[in-house]
Unconditional design. Structure first.
Length: 587
């Protein structure tokens, strides 16, 4: 781009950058300007935590249950799984922590939750006392890796908390920097093991009457699931003094705690929700983090639902602002910046283990299940197309002289869940996990040959197209059959193919007018990559003719349904974009 230059300091030190501006019409005249940059080698930060093992969410789920709850409060004899997480300011994007691990699979999932950039060093100390941490014994030898070998250098080690007491896991992260490796300050997490002594809900109801009553509405409550199952052993908690109550009970919003019993955990692993490492904490402009807060993290989402109910507003209208006293102004509430190991999009994002009413199905936080997707996905590509609101939301461009008010037969009361969570197709993949629908949210599975058919660029290699002729895929076709009996695939009457061909034509038109390529994303603009498609400008486009058409190009590409979500609307946007570029650009 003639506007943006990227410089990555290869090592610490001072750098002088000089910009030389010249004009071929006046070769003897040059303008120069320079700036000085100081690059500092900073040490990484270690963030240890406990997870429900034996490993983090996987790109390829296996039909099994979690071995543990992922709580810091466990019964003596339990296996505890640890997670090492590193943060390094030397890298412009956290994606760089994981070379090779962020390569997308055929479905576009690109996070295997390992950080290959770093080296890890764990230490485990043990004390019998729940209060005195002075008499600590080094028991690091109890750590093992996923192969069962003794290891203190694994990112995800585990150990057996064989005796009651406290286990303190301390992590040091090495940034493995080729210039000069630096180590983090040690950081610790405490795991408390107690003799299992289940008291049942009767013991909890004395202090938590409302929570226990709400819990009784759920399938868990009706099937006599005890509080200890999700919160860990309660013996210490029941006997603790007031100020000690919180640290003697387990509370987590990670999906792993549900994965101990629910097969839907493996389906969730298939969905993009399990791939939701938003790295919100790394956003350079801290006020923008408040925008990430309510959708990308489970606890803030739950808090936001409570807030919109009490304030009687829509989810997308909720803004976390802090009023400035005496001046009548407000600023983003920076207290809402997420923690580095804050649980992302998990089961607890949508589901509440303690619903306030027996009328709320599945313990959903939104009383009407049809509306739950529209909370976070209000501005996303798919919802904008489904509702025909891309022009209003501004991730699409509706040409002023045209009419886009179409009736969309696919925009029903059930909205997204009508198709994406349909469970009539019961087929499983090669690992025994539901192939489509349900909590996978998938409409297509690659089948036994592991080749994804349909239209569009391949997620794992965008330079190549999907295998359109592949017939091995498992399709979530049941919702379509309700209105289109006998339908065999999503490309009804070749409509998807027509949309895809027009989309490709628009792309080629835009490339031909922009030196053979489409503008890339703005450096560092990670949020806009998904939400508004924040790309660099076209070279010569003062009337924004190319930019407006490119907005629709990105909309259709990122929607990925190739017109199914709203057929007439998508076709109209593409037709108008092509016409505008062909007729108006050279005027």
């Amino acid at each position: 781009s003639p506007y943006t230059f990227i410089f990555t300091p290869p090592y610490p030190g001072k750098f002088k950058i000089k910009l030389i501006l010249s004009n071929p019409l006046y070769p003897d005249i040059k303008s120069t300007s320079e700036i000085n940059i100081t690059a500092v080698n900073t040490k990484p930060e270690a963030v240890p935590s406990v997870i429900a093992g034996p490993q983090p969410p996987r790109k390829t789920p296996v039909n099994d249950s979690r071995d543990s709850s992922g709580l810091n409060m466990v019964s003596a004899g339990s296996v505890v799984y640890l997670k090492g997480f590193g943060v390094d300011q030397n890298f412009s994007s956290p994606d760089m922590y994981n070379p090779g691990g962020t390569s997308p699979d055929i479905y576009g999932k690109n996070n295997d939750h390992f950080q290959r950039r770093f080296k890890w060093r764990w230490k485990i100390e043990y004390t019998e006392s729940y209060k005195d941490k002075k008499s600590l014994a080094d028991v690091t030898d109890i750590l093992i890796d996923k192969e069962g070998k003794s290891s203190k250098e694994a990112q995800y080690p585990s150990f057996t908390a064989s005796k009651p007491g406290q286990y303190i896991a301390t992590l040091v992260v090495n940034d493995n920097d080729s210039y000069r490796p630096l180590e983090s300050t040690p950081s610790s997490v405490t795991i408390t093991a107690v003799e299992e002594n289940k008291k049942g809900k009767d013991a909890c109801v004395k202090c938590h009457e409302e929570e226990v009553e709400n819990f009784s509405f759920t399938a868990h409550g009706k099937n006599n699931v005890e509080c200890d199952s999700c919160h860990g052993p309660s013996a210490l908690h029941l006997n603790a003094k007031k100020e000690e109550k919180k640290r003697t009970i387990g509370i987590t919003m990670e999906s792993g705690v549900c994965g101990q019993c629910h097969e839907q955990y493996n389906q969730w692993e298939k969905s993009r929700h399990s791939d939701a490492e938003s790295y919100g904490f790394a956003e350079i402009a801290k006020p923008l983090l408040v925008n990430c807060y309510k959708c990308h993290y489970a606890k803030p989402y739950a808090e936001s639902i409570e807030k919109i109910v009490s304030e009687k507003i829509n989810f997308h209208e909720l803004k976390y602002k802090k009023e400035l006293m005496f001046v009548g102004l407000s600023m983003p509430d920076l207290s809402k910046i997420p923690e580095k190991n804050e649980p992302r999009v998990t089961c607890q994002t949508c589901h509440n283990s303690h619903p306030r009413s027996s009328k709320i199905q599945y313990g959903l936080r939104q009383a009407e299940k049809e509306n739950i997707c529209g909370t976070c996905h209000y501005e996303k590509w798919q919802n904008a197309i489904l509702e025909g609101s891309a022009g209003e939301i501004k991730n699409g461009f509706e040409y002023p002289s045209e009419n886009y008010d179409f009736t969309n037969p696919h925009y029903t009361k059930k909205k997204c869940i009508l198709c994406h969570m349909d469970r009539n197709i019961t087929a499983a993949d090669r690992n025994g996990v539901r192939a489509v629908g349900g909590h996978t949210l998938r409409m297509r599975d690659a089948g036994e040959n592991n080749v994804l058919g349909g239209f569009g660029p391949r997620a794992d290699d965008p330079e190549k197209e999907r295998n359109i002729d592949d017939k091995d895929d498992i399709l979530n076709i049941s919702p379509c059959e309700q209105c289109h009996p006998g339908i065999k695939d999503f490309n009804r009457n070749n409509f998807q193919k027509g949309v895809y061909e027009k989309w490709k034509k628009l792309g080629e038109l835009l490339k031909s007018l922009n030196n053979g390529k489409l503008p890339g994303y703005k450096p560092g603009n990670k949020c806009a990559t998904c939400h508004r498609g924040g790309t660099l400008p076209f070279g010569i486009d003062s009337k924004l003719i190319l930019e407006n058409a490119y907005t629709n190009y990105k909309l259709v590409k990122n929607d990925r349904s190739w017109g199914i979500h709203n057929p007439k609307y998508v076709m109209k946007l593409l037709d108008d974009s092509i016409n505008s570029v062909e007729k108006d650009y050279n005027k």
